[in-house]
Design a protein around this ligand. Structure first.
Ligand code: NAD
Length: 242
């Protein structure tokens, strides 16, 4: 028996990195997996590797969300799990952050999560159950000097998670956030100062694999986390404890 048997799951930003690892693990655990991204070629390749369905979705596009969720409901009849994983990173200190960079990061990392939650909450409410997992960051728990827009967006994800969790709890919908530290994906390569330097400050002495985050997402997506909502789950090799 799989831990996600009979669950219809949608994962954004699933063409590569953590989203792809989640898609692979969720499918291996019996879930029916829909992968969404803007990298269509990588998305199609990942979907066929894991046995899921890929669709183009820019998470900042309100109409695109509705279209995709309608398609999922038409084909599979329900939606049980949403992982709001898509995100972008930009490194600029507050004083150097251009407005268009701030708007871009907030549109994808923050508005994208809001639109995702709002679009799936309707069908989940009708079904009386659902699990939404929002990927924030350790940057949503601490000051993120040098990544002002990114840090702001990840604090917003943490806040939206709590408010949505309280609003949706009586409808049977759980909403939690994951706060990864340093994860070895293409995004980590964009960090100012480089991955090597940052790794030295991590108590476990290394970055995580995408799969190590996917295992936590699996727990939150599944019924095993039935009494957790509105909570923050950290996967950071001890960085937050320093
Ligand atoms: N890598 C890290 O160290 C780290 C740490 C903390 C949090 N995170 C968060 O984890 C999540 C996954 O990132 P990752 O590490 O796998 O990086 P990644 O860059 O490999 O993956 C991000 C994915 O999101 C997709 N994406 C970007 N904009 C999109 C849009 N508008 N619509 C749909 N998809 C879009 C990208 O195409 C890509 O496939 C992100 O939310 C990121 O902020 C990453």
């Amino acid at each position: 028996m799989g831990r996600l048997d009979d669950k219809i799951c949608l994962i954004t930003g699933a063409a590569r990195g953590q989203g792809a690892a989640e898609a692979e693990l969720f499918a291996a655990e019996g879930g029916t997996v829909w992968l969404a991204d803007v990298l269509d070629a990588e998305g199609e390749t990942t979907a066929s590797r894991v046995g899921g369905t890929y669709r183009h979705l820019d998470v900042a596009d309100e109409a695109g969300w509705q279209q995709l969720v309608d398609e999922i409901l038409n084909r599979d009849g329900q939606i049980d799990v949403l992982v709001n994983n898509a995100g972008i990173f930009r490194s600029n200190r507050m004083l150097d952050t251009p407005l268009n960079e701030f708007d871009l990061v907030m549109n994808i990392n923050c508005k994208g999560v809001f639109l995702g939650m709002r679009t799936v909450a309707g069908p989940m409410r009708e079904a009386g159950s659902g699990s939404i997992v929002n990927i924030s960051s350790l940057a949503g728990m601490q000051g993120a000097a040098g990544a002002f827009a990114y840090g702001t967006s990840k604090w917003a994800v943490r806040g939206m998670t709590k408010t949505a969790a309280v609003e949706l709890a009586r409808r049977g919908i759980r909403v939690n956030s994951i706060h990864p530290g340093l994860i070895a994906t293409e995004m980590a390569d964009q960090l100012p100062g480089g991955v090597e330097r940052m790794q030295r400050g991590i108590p476990l002495g290394r970055s995580a694999t995408a799969d190590e985050v996917a295992r936590l997402a699996l727990f939150l997506a599944s019924d095993e986390s039935s009494y957790s909502t509105g909570s923050e789950f950290i996967v950071d090799g001890g960085l937050n404890a320093v």
